[in-house]
Write a protein that binds this ligand. Structure first.
Ligand code: 13P
Length: 249
């Protein structure tokens, strides 16, 4: 049976105490969850949340990391520091990083390779803006982000890679891609990965959908053959909305 992967990206929300309280509620409420669950608190709460999820089935993730191991890189966090806290997964290339902080595909690719080299799993986010979609450039944009993001990744390391398709116009807007539209883009991403590696790797790849996922649309999204999970923003900030998404079946 397919195992889904549901991740919560808490973005720049919550104090340490609030983060721990939510993590504890999820540990309790999702103890029987059949699917894989990851939460990505802010950096400042990672150490405390690591304690709260220790020994549970919840995977600890980070929302970003720097492209270097150590040294004079003011304000950055390295994969070694994340590993040190018990983080096992990192979100890379989120559209907010691309658009608000001007992260390029080249920079994202450096982070992808570094994360994999240091034993972290990752979620590579890709997605088009509304203007790009309306200009008929969806496949160009998403295909480029996938190819550039995965440049130099070995076939063996693909087991540690998840891709999240997050159409920029659907993030935090309440507009969701229709399940059919999302499924089509996921199928396209799978075809790009198949051309880069092979069919078996493309079929095994977990592709999450992200963008206004809520308890009331999770079931129909997850029903699509190419949708293997969700990367949830706003609705991951409360147990009342995240638990039903993670327990959608
Ligand atoms: P929302 O679920 O708030 O639309 O955010 C999606 C997202 O960006 C997750 O990374």
């Amino acid at each position: 049976m397919k195992r889904y992967y549901i991740a919560g990206n808490w973005k720049m929300h919550k104090t340490v105490a609030e983060s721990v309280a939510l993590a504890k509620a999820l540990v309790r409420d999702l103890a029987d969850c059949k699917d894989r669950v990851m939460i990505a608190p802010a950096f400042t709460a990672l150490a405390a949340v690591a304690e709260a999820v220790r020994g549970s089935n919840i995977v600890l993730g980070a929302q970003n990391m720097g492209p270097d191991i150590q040294g004079a890189h003011t304000g950055e966090v390295s994969p070694l520091m994340l590993r040190d806290l018990g983080v096992s997964s990192v979100i890379l290339g989120h559209s907010e990083r691309r658009h608000s902080y001007f992260e390029t595909d080249e920079l994202i690719n450096r982070k992808v390779l570094l994360a994999l080299d240091h034993g972290l799993e990752l979620i590579l986010c890709v997605g088009e803006t509304l203007a790009e979609r309306e200009a008929g450039r969806l496949e160009d944009v998403v295909g480029f982000q996938v190819r550039e993001g995965l440049k130099g990744v070995s076939a063996a390391k693909m087991a540690s890679v998840t891709i999240a398709y997050e159409p920029v116009w659907a993030i935090g807007t309440g507009k969701t891609a229709t399940p059919e539209d999302a499924d089509m883009v996921h199928a396209y991403i799978r075809s790009v990965v198949s051309s880069l590696f092979d069919k078996a790797i493309a079929e095994a790849l977990v592709i999450q959908y992200g963008g206004s996922v809520k308890p009331d649309n999770a079931v129909e999204l997850m029903a699509k053959v190419n949708i293997d999970g969700a990367l949830v923003g706003g609705a991951s900030l409360k147990a009342e909305t995240f638990v039903p998404i993670a327990q959608f079946r």
